[in-house]
Unconditional design. Structure first.
Length: 213
């Protein structure tokens, strides 16, 4: 897979200091984890789990949950596997858009919550990845997304510099993603609740699946 090889090349070294550096600009992740609307004993999936940082933190916050994660990068999953080896978190190596819960997690049911944490801005086929995650959300369940929105009031020169720097790591700002979520609500597929993170730097979207789409 070209995408998998590209991610592995990018993260073969970065994965060792990824968590230390990303905490400065991947804002809103902990708010997502703290407010995750999963019932007690519920099943939660992270799409694009990377180093396993979010799943490790969520396991501490909510030890009652059954957690799963997938990523396209074998390098990142190797790091995640070490970080989560003393837990019951299930990990799978696949592209987000190729998700099959039966094959990858040996489960026939759906998830109470599926979330993307700054992953969709790195996935070229983000709409297919989003729909794959949506397809395994239970009716009444939630798909949660935290991702870049604006620049939180940065000066224009610094905004441009920030975007160019993020592009080095395969990040693309996707205003069309938020438009897609709003269209899901307009079509009656979901109810969308949106929160601003750090003055519009990022957004946190809670997309609740209707009983019947």
């Amino acid at each position: 897979m070209e995408q998998a090889l590209r991610m592995d090349r990018m993260y073969v070294v970065q994965r060792h200091f990824y968590d230390v550096t990303r905490r400065f600009y991947l804002l809103g992740r902990d708010r997502l984890l703290t407010h995750l609307p999963a019932p007690r004993g519920g099943q939660v999936l992270e799409m694009g789990c990377g180093t396993g940082r979010n799943l490790k933190a969520l396991g501490r916050l909510r030890p009652d949950l059954k957690l799963c994660g997938l990523d396209v990068s074998a390098m990142m999953l190797e790091t995640a596997g070490r970080k989560l080896r003393d837990t019951n978190v299930k990990l799978a190596h696949c592209k987000a858009e190729d998700l099959d819960a039966c094959v990858h997690f040996d489960m026939e049911g759906q998830f109470d919550v599926v979330f993307f944490s700054y992953a969709l801005s790195m996935i070229p086929t983000w709409d297919a990845a989003l729909e794959a995650g949506w397809s395994v959300v239970k009716p009444g369940g939630v798909l949660a997304v935290v991702d870049f929105w604006g620049q939180g009031g940065l000066p224009s020169w610094l905004e441009g510099l920030h975007k160019r720097w993020l592009k080095l790591f395969g990040v693309s700002f996707r205003p069309e993603l938020l438009a897609y979520l709003r269209e899901m609500e307009r079509k009656g597929r979901a109810r969308l609740d949106l929160e601003s993170v750090r003055g519009g730097y990022a957004y946190l979207a809670w997309v609740r699946k209707m009983a019947k789409e």
